[in-house]
Design a protein around this ligand. Structure first.
Ligand SMILES: Nc1ncnc2c1ncn2[C@@H]1O[C@H](COP(=O)(O)OP(=O)(O)OP(=O)(O)O)[C@@H](O)[C@H]1O
Length: 230
């Protein structure tokens, strides 16, 4: 379980309050108006921002002061962050070893991850030789080899067309279901939330609210969400 215990998060002069739990294996959307603090929340859970107050736990372990690399989570940002001078396989390998020196067994893990995301023959290509969707798949393969408990996605597929985005969301849903990974996914699009998440954290007025059932939330939105949806 991911627990945010009376957390106060700051980003410059912006403050965000969060006090809720997310069950292990849950798939959770993070929704809210532009500037509400969605990215700030994910960056804080990932350890890129310190808490101003409160505590954060994964199961019984405190994460509050753990540096990002020691947290049991992986994060995928909006642009995928592939290194342009490295091949797809090398980019995925960085998920296992930051120095890129892989054992034979680790090279097999990279191969198998590329296979799982549907790119079995693309390991030797550089990002510029891959389509946007394929680049997203490489970024997902890199997450896969990290074998972390929690996956944080900050609109990683926003630049893809609707069909490709839906395909990638379904792939994410399959991967997290196979591995029991807990998912937190920022999106501007209610359809994304409805497609692959059971619960949604709605952020408004400097509060990240406890997760509620996605379907019910959008069927019967509170006034602030109604304003956001327009
Ligand atoms: N360096 C900074 N100094 C001060 N305030 C900042 C800084 N960076 C971001 N903010 C503020 O923090 C708030 C939260 O930003 P954040 O990027 O988390 O929002 P978001 O919900 O992810 O927005 P979007 O949907 O537009 O990506 C915003 O109101 C923003 O103005």
């Amino acid at each position: 379980m991911l627990k945010l215990d009376e957390c106060i998060i700051s980003n410059g002069s912006f403050l965000l309050n969060a006090d809720f739990e997310i069950e292990t294996g849950a798939k959770v959307a993070v929704i809210g108006p532009s500037g509400a603090g969605k990215s700030t929340l994910l960056e804080t859970i990932a350890g890129f921002r310190d808490l101003k107050a409160g505590q954060m736990h994964w199961n019984d372990q405190s994460m509050t002061t753990l540096p990002p690399g020691k947290r049991p989570l992986a994060m995928l940002f909006q642009d995928g962050n592939l290194f342009p001078h490295l091949t797809a396989a090398q980019n995925v390998g960085l998920g296992i070893r930051p120095n890129g020196r892989l054992s034979d067994e680790e090279k097999e893990m990279v191969k198998s991850a590329l296979h799982r995301v549907g790119l079995p023959e693309m390991g030797t290509r550089k990002p510029a030789e891959l389509s946007g969707g394929q680049q997203s798949r490489v970024a997902l393969a890199r997450i896969l080899v990290q074998k972390r408990d929690v996956l944080l996605l900050d609109e990683p597929f926003a630049a893809l067309g609707p069909a490709l985005k839906a395909e990638m969301l379904d792939l994410v849903a399959d991967l997290v279901a196979e591995t029991g990974t807990t998912l937190l996914m920022v999106s501007h699009d209610p359809q994304d939330a409805l497609r692959i998440t059971e619960q949604t954290v709605f952020i408004t007025d400097q509060v990240a609210h406890a997760p509620v059932a996605t379907k019910q939330l959008f069927e019967n939105p509170p006034p602030a969400l109604r304003d956001y949806l327009g």
